[in-house]
Design a protein around this ligand. Structure first.
Ligand code: B1M
Length: 208
């Protein structure tokens, strides 16, 4: 956690190596170490002790650690493997959370098509038409950008009827997700994989 806050990439990587050697679960190390560090960074930013450059350096330190942990992250999920199209909606460049979600889906054996961050809504719709994923996963970290989620869900519903959509990101919650007409919501990366399994079990996944 401290290494992320101090934006020390080497210390972050070293801390993760040590955690693995000591038998700490890789996902726990990710959430309670790296991501928790980023939460504290958010507090420092809110208090104007850190600014955008520091946030970027802290992100680099988080990723230096995540590179070490990622191959060791496992989930207990035994779902049928599915295909998910993932992206952060347009206007939003925050992708750390989405990348954790991606890591958890990959660890659970899903095929992940990652469109990245700040993805144009038209692109999400077009890619879904091409890829025909079982699930579209949308992320937004800002109260402003999250409005794009509602819009793109409407676009997806008219262009790919029957598509299932799961949403997440700090400003969202189950009520907003329902209001946006999403099929599912998850608070964190592990819950996202569980919610996806729930959605595909109770609904007929689009398989083509
Ligand atoms: Co910015 N930023 N940022 N930022 N940033 C926030 C989000 C903010 C809350 C800070 C604040 O003011 N307190 C604020 C948004 C306010 C609002 O809501 N309107 C903000 C702002 C304002 C901005 C800029 C506008 C600042 C500026 O330029 N003046 C700018 C935005 C530019 C843009 O997007 N157009 C900006 C830029 C940046 C950086 C680039 C410097 C950097 C991002 C680097 C990167 O992502 N590559 C950054 C960071 C790091 C943050 C904070 C500090 C941390 C975000 C983070 O990575 N958290 C953030 C403050 C905060 O959150 N406390 C802040 C850790 C991550 C693991 O958590 O992303 O929540 P999170 O993901 C979780 C869950 O949400 C969930 O699972 C994840 C893992 O468990 N989840 C899903 C996420 N997606 C999901 C999808 C799912 C399911 C679950 O299903 C599909």
């Amino acid at each position: 956690m401290d290494a992320v806050i101090r934006f020390d990439e080497d210390a972050s990587a070293q801390w993760c190596k040590t955690a693995l050697q000591e038998g700490v679960d890789a996902y726990e190390a990710t959430t309670k170490g790296l991501a928790a560090g980023m939460e504290k960074v958010g507090d420092l930013y809110a208090r104007q002790e850190y600014f955008v450059p520091e946030l970027l350096l802290c992100s680099d330190a988080l990723y230096a650690g995540l590179d070490i942990l990622r191959p060791h992250i496992k989930t207990g999920e035994t779902v049928t493997k599915g295909k998910i199209l993932l992206g952060v909606v347009e206007g939003d460049i925050h992708d750390i959370g989405k990348n954790l979600v991606k890591t958890m889906f990959e660890a659970a054996g899903w095929d992940v098509f990652d469109l990245g961050k700040d993805v144009k809504l038209e692109k999400i719709v077009e890619e879904q038409k091409k890829i025909k994923a079982d699930l579209v996963g949308l992320s937004a970290l800002m109260t402003t950008s999250m409005m794009a989620i509602e819009k793109v869900i409407g676009m997806l519903r008219s262009e790919s009827p029957g598509v299932k959509v799961i949403v997440g990101g700090a400003p969202l919650n189950p009520e907003i997700a329902r209001k946006f007409n999403a099929d599912g919501y998850a608070e964190d990366a592990v819950a996202a994989v569980q919610e996806a399994a729930r959605l595909l079990k109770f609904a007929s996944p689009q398989r083509h």
